[in-house]
Ligand binder design. Structure first.
Ligand SMILES: [Fe+2]
Length: 342
């Protein structure tokens, strides 16, 4: 890491945190293999008796798809640059009374990290932190030419929340996240607000969306989508073609976002949440970072991103899910929301 990217505030950890891996629980193992390797174009490895693992780069794990019934994301893994910053994050969590525990050696091995520590996260999604990924010289065997990871981490996570300010406060408290911008959007007559948070040079590692004025969540899964970034435009478009040809469902066609200018499409993973494959988002390097001011964009996309093949049944399922959430409160971790309104 270069000195210029170092946090400005004395104890800030901004810039030293990177989305490292995603843990998914799914019994649809063969669909995941076809989807991840044959359609999206990631490198796949089989873990006997456990599940699958996808690679994007020299890290041995970027997605761990473990056998299990959740059909959802169960944990997010965050790579921390060094031990001093790692200890600072642990102290923040522990000092606020939230239990934090080291993962077992086998769990670390499955996730392709030397060691990991975990604590409670929003919507029941465990947050795991590590400093040392296990890398491999084994060449990538995949349909894509490459993926953009490195300093910007492996991509981003988008979450629909009924407690968006609590969620934003959580990532501010734990990782010193900064607000990149907002998008206001109308979808089927409902007003939606999205907050885009960055923890490094990636325009956002976390996006938090809510419906304005109503505390409902139409999404069954904890994440609405995960984003990964293709190395080239050709890679992104070829994977779009393969997703369609292999019969996987598309959610939104190719389009371009207003705020980070990323070109992308959204397909539906075998577990039901979406995977956004993108290309060429703006990077908030040191120069941009020093003068960045959040703004509000009207609308998610400059062009494209038209919905593909949503059925009446999909709408009905979302409506049922939304009703379910009227009565059950969303899981937050109030100790870590930094005083933002729950
Ligand atoms: Fe996204």
């Amino acid at each position: 890491m270069s000195e210029v990217r170092r946090p400005r505030a004395v104890d800030s950890v901004f810039g030293a945190v990177h989305l490292g891996y995603i843990v998914v629980q799914s019994n649809r193992q063969s669909e995941w293999r076809r989807f991840g390797a044959d359609a999206i174009g990631m490198h796949v490895d089989t873990l006997d008796g456990v599940g699958l693992r996808f690679r994007l780069d020299d890290h041995t794990c970027r997605f761990l798809v473990q056998r299990g019934p959740a059909e959802d994301v169960t944990a997010l893994g965050w790579q921390i640059d060094d031990h001093e910053i790692f200890d600072r994050i642990i102290a923040r969590v522990a000092d606020r009374g939230v239990p934090i525990a080291e993962g077992a050696a086998e769990e670390a091995a499955l996730r392709g990290v030397e060691r990991l520590w975990r604590f409670a996260g929003p919507k029941g999604m465990t947050q795991e932190i590590f400093t040392a990924p296990v890398t491999t010289p084994e060449p990538l065997r995949m349909r894509s030419s490459g993926w953009v990871t490195g300093e910007a981490g492996m991509g981003h996570v988008a979450i629909v929340s009924r407690e968006p300010e609590a969620l934003r406060g959580y990532y501010e408290t734990v990782f010193d996240s900064r607000l990149s911008d907002y998008i206001d959007e109308n979808i089927s007559g409902l007003k939606m607000k999205i907050r885009f948070l960055r923890v490094n040079e990636r325009h956002h590692s976390i996006a938090i969306a809510n419906l304005r004025g109503v505390k409902i969540d139409p999404i069954r899964t904890r994440v609405q989508h995960i984003n990964i970034q293709s190395a080239t435009l050709d890679d992104m478009l070829a994977s779009y073609q393969r997703v369609k040809e292999l019969g996987f469902r598309m959610a939104w066609s190719v389009g371009q976002h207003t705020n980070d200018r990323e070109l992308s499409y959204y397909s539906i993973t075998p577990s039901g949440f979406e995977l956004e494959v993108g290309w060429n988002p703006i990077v908030i390097g040191p120069e941009l970072e020093s003068t960045w001011e959040p703004t509000t964009y009207q609308g998610i996309s400059i062009w494209g991103h038209t919905p593909v093949g949503e059925t009446v049944l999909d709408k009905f399922a979302q409506f049922r899910q939304a009703l379910r959430t009227v009565r059950t409160p969303e899981i937050t971790v109030p100790e870590l929301t930094g005083g933002r309104i729950r």
